[in-house]
Design a protein around this ligand. Sequence first.
Ligand code: ADP
Ligand code: MG
Length: 700
Amino acid sequence: MGATQEVLLKKWNDFLRTRGYTAAIAEICDNYPEQQSLYVPYPEILVYDEELAQDLLEKPARVIPAGETAILRLVPQDAVDHIQELGQKLEVNLRVKELPALLTRVEIRDLRLHHLNRFISIKGLVKNTVQVRPRLHIGAFRCLRCGHVTFEEQGRMEFREPTQCASCQKTAGTTRFRLSPEDSIFIDTQRIEVQESPEDLRGGEQPQRLTTYLEKEITGTINPGNKVILNGVLMATPPRNQRAHPTTFNIYLDVNGIELEEKDFEDVEITDEEVQRIKELARDPELNAKMTASIAPTIYGMKMEKEVLALQLFGGVPKVAPDGTRIRGDIHVLLVGDPGTAKSQILVYLAHLSPRGIYASGQAATKAGLTAAAVPDEMGDGRWKLEAGALVLADKGMACIDEIDKMEAEDRSSMHEAMAQQTISVAKAGITATLQARTSILAAANPKHGRFDKFKTIIEQIDLPLPLITRFDVIFPLADKPDPETDGALARHILKATLVAERIARARALGETGEIEGVEAIKPPIEPEFMRKYLAYARRNIFPTLTPEAMERIKDYFVMMRMSYSGEGVAITARQLESIVRIAEASARVRLADTVEESDAKRAIDILENYLRRVAMSEEGTIDIDIITTGVPRTRVEKQGKLYSMIQDAGPDGIPWDTLVLEAGGTGIERKELEMLLYNLKEEGTVYEPKAGIYRTTRA
Ligand code: ADP
Ligand code: MG
C-alpha cells in the first residue's frame, strides 16, 4: 500500500535533515524566487530509504508534493513571513535528478499504459519549443454574494472553480465566483516536443514524439536541437479542441527535471573489448581501402567519392583561435549529377552510417524546413513555437540533404549561416534564438536543366547561390555517360547486388539459415555497427595536429598554385587551404593518429586537385578558381567582354551574323564558341536579335 501522507512527510523530513539539506533550503529562501528548487540526486534517496525511493517512482503524484511540504516545514518562519511581505507565496520545488536509466528510462515508442502516473525518464532531441507563457496556478475567486476570496489550485489542463465559498459557505449553485487575476498566482509554463534521437532508430524508422510540459524556472532553458534527458511523470489528458467527449487520451510528460546531454556521440557505447578491436583495425595496412569499401558497397565505382565520404565521416578538428574566431572542422561535400547516378542512395546510406546522421530532402515537408523556423503553434492560442529542422537536429552529426537545389527561399539564407558559422538564427514573432548546427553537410543536386550541359561549367549548372556553393569543401560531378566498358561492369555489379538481395529475401521468408552465396561481394568489410563505434571513438578521442612536414607540403602546394596562375585572379584561395587542412586532419583521424603527417597532406591535396580538375578546369588545362567563385572561367568572361564590345561598336543598326563570325574569328573565337558566347549574352539580356541574324546590345 505504501506509506500514508504523515509517514511520507516524516520520511522526507528525516531525509532532508540527516542529509544536511536545511542549509540549501535556507539559501533558496534568501534568493527566492530566482532560486525556487531543491535538487536531490535519486541515488542519495535510494541509499537513505529504499522504500521512499521506490514510492517516488511508483506514486510521484503523492511522494513529490509530500517532499515539497516537508521542505516548507523546514523553512524558518521569518523567511516565510519575509517572502509573504514581498507579495509572494513560497513554494519550493523538489526536483529529483540522476534517475537510474535502468529503472526509469523508457523509449518514446515504448510508452504504454503501465507507465502512466509513474516517474520516468525519456531521452531525445528537442524538436520544438513553444513560447513561455504564464499559467493560472492558484486562482483567486471572489464570491459575488459576500465578496470573500477563495483560493483554488488549478490543474494544468483544466480550469477549476471553487465548489463553495470559504466564508459564507454558499455553494457554486447558490452563488457565483469571479476570477480575480490580480490576486491570483501565475507560473511560467512551456510546452516542448521531444523526438527520438537518430541513433536510437533502426534504419528507416520515423522518430516518434512526445509532448512535455515544463514549469517555473526551468522554462526557457532549452532550445530545439538540444539533446536532453527529461525526468517527470507521464500523464494522460483528453485531446483539446474537440467538442465530443473522446475516450482516447493523449499522453504528456509533466517534467520534474531536465538533464542536458552534452557529450558527443555518447549514445554510441564502446566497451573495452571494442576499443581493442578499434585499435587493431587502426593498424590494419588495408585500413583506408576497407574504409572506402565500406561506404555504400552496393554502389558501383565512385572510388574517389567514397574515399572523400569516408573522410567526411571522421571530419577535421574544429578550432577556436585565441581571438575567438572559429574554424569549422566539419567537411561539406556536394554531389551534383545526372538523374539516376545513385546520389539519393548514397545519401541515405551515409545518414544511416553516421552517428547522429539525418537524411532530409530540400523540398522539406515541415515548416521548419532544413534549418529552423518560428511557426504558429497549432494549439491555436496565438503562441509561436521554435521548430528545429534537419541541420539543427543533426548538430554534431551529419545532415544528408537531397535535392538541395529545391530548398525553400527561407532555407537558403539560413543555410548560408549554417555552413559558415555553424549556427542558425531565428528572429520572428518575438522569438529570437541562435541554434547550434555544428553539422557536416552532404548534399546532392541535379544540374539546372535536369542533365549536364557540356557548354557550361558544372558550377553554372548548380542552382544554388554562389556563396553557398563556395562553402563546400569538395564538389563532385556525377555524369551518366554511356560507356560500353564501364556500363557492362556497372550492370554486372547492380545485378550481382540484386541477386544477393533476392537470396536474402528468400532465406528470410523461408527461415533458411546459413551463409548467403555471393554476399561477400556487397558486404562492407567494416560492418556499419562497428563503423559507428570506430567513428565515435575517433571523433571523441583523436585531435591530430599538423607536423612541420605536413605544413610545408600544404604551403608549397598553395604557393605553387598561386604562382602558376597567369590571369589577374588567383588559382586557389585561403578557403581551399582550409579545406586541405580539414581533409588532412580527417585522414590522420582515420588511423587514430595524433599527428597529421606529410602523407595525409598529400592525400588531401590529391583529393582537392581531383575535385578542382573535375569542376574548375579551364580550356588551357589549368585550374581556374574563378570557375568556382564566379561560376564561369575567366577566359570566357574575357571573350564574352570582347564579343560584347564588337556588337556595341556596330551601333544601333546591329551587326550581322556573318560579319560577327569574321570579326570574332580574327580575335581567336571560333564559330562553335561564338554560338555559345552569343547564347550566353542573349540569356543575360545584354544582347538581343532585333531581326533574325542581326545582333545589337540592349544598351547602346
Ligand atoms: P539519383 O538520386 O542520383 O537520381 P538514385 O539514388 O535514385 O539516383 O539511383 C537510382 C537507382 O540507380 C538506384 O536504385 C541505384 O541503386 C541505381 N544506381 C545508379 N548508379 C549506380 C551505381 N553506380 N551502382 C549501383 N547502382 C546504381
Ligand atoms: Mg535522387
